[in-house]
Design a binder for this molecule. Structure first.
Ligand code: FES
Length: 262
């Protein structure tokens, strides 16, 4: 980690951006998206077997106004289809591994690396980087559902026409990992995506240069404060007797005339 911190960012032809290094050195450092989906689907299948026959999916209030309203989620859903959103979310909570890997970039931006998803290409080209939190209400997308869906509007080749997506479990909004666009007419949020590339034995991510500079300035400021604190003479805890006020003598207690000693 210290070695990575010492690595310089790479300049971009556009000076308002630069490429910052990450600790990801090989694709095997990342979560395999296809394997994650397979194990999720297997758990989902087991779960649906346990769903009592005749049980109807229940629509939760907060699934409205999102693509959770789409017919394939609710309308004619059989129990099998409709291990619906709620069932899927329950299975998500039981998953042992998240669908992506979280990384904090040198500009303090938290991002997720998604891998082996979307169109069939070289492994290094199947890596996507997005912001870590849902743009709707900030839920961390490590708790989301990764999907690899057929892109009907894309190229005809079956393998090429696929899209990696993530569904946020809170309100069901689904985002494209490559473009950040959300599905559904009512969804206006866009998930921020970051270009990434493999160079000098690791993945780099493109970020705005001013964000990196301000993160570095903040780091320098906090280091200066720490060094100042470390070099300051500790305050004396003992009381300074020479500065204590001279106690004024109070009038002694005297007996009143009517006081008796009995
Ligand atoms: S927090 Fe609402 S969809 Fe993610």
């Amino acid at each position: 980690m210290a070695a990575m911190a010492a690595m310089a960012p790479i300049l971009d032809p556009d000076p308002s951006y630069c490429w910052v290094p990450t600790e990801i050195q090989r694709c095997s450092d990342l979560v395999d998206g296809q394997k994650w989906i397979e194990s999720f689907e297997a758990m989902l299948k087991d779960e649906s077997k346990e769903t009592p026959a005749g049980a109807r999916p229940r629509r939760s209030l907060r699934s409205t106004l999102s693509d959770g309203d789409a017919p394939h989620f609710w309308s004619s859903a059989t129990v099998a289809d409709a291990v619906t959103t709620r069932g899927r979310n329950e299975v998500l909570r039981k998953m042992h591994t998240p669908p992506a890997r979280k990384v904090v970039l040198p500009n303090k931006q938290e991002v997720l690396f998604w891998f082996n998803i979307g169109p069939a290409r070289e492994n290094r080209d199947r890596v996507y980087v997005t912001e870590a939190n849902c743009p709707h209400q900030g839920v961390c997308l490590l708790s989301g559902e990764l999907k690899d869906i057929e892109d009907l509007a894309g190229p005809a080749a079956a393998s090429a026409g696929r899209r990696g997506m993530v569904r946020c479990p809170r309100h069901n909004k689904t985002f494209d990992l490559a473009s950040g666009e959300s599905l559904g007419a009512l969804n206006c949020e866009v998930l921020q995506t970051f270009p990434s590339r493999f160079q000098d034995g690791r993945f780099y991510v493109r970020v705005p240069t001013d964000q990196l500079i301000s993160a570095q300035e903040q780091e320098t400021d906090s280091t200066d404060v720490e060094m100042k604190d470390a070099t300051m003479e500790p305050e004396l805890k003992r009381p300074r007797f020479d500065q204590l006020p001279t106690p004024t003598r109070k009038h002694g207690r005297s007996l009143c005339r009517h006081t008796t000693l009995g």
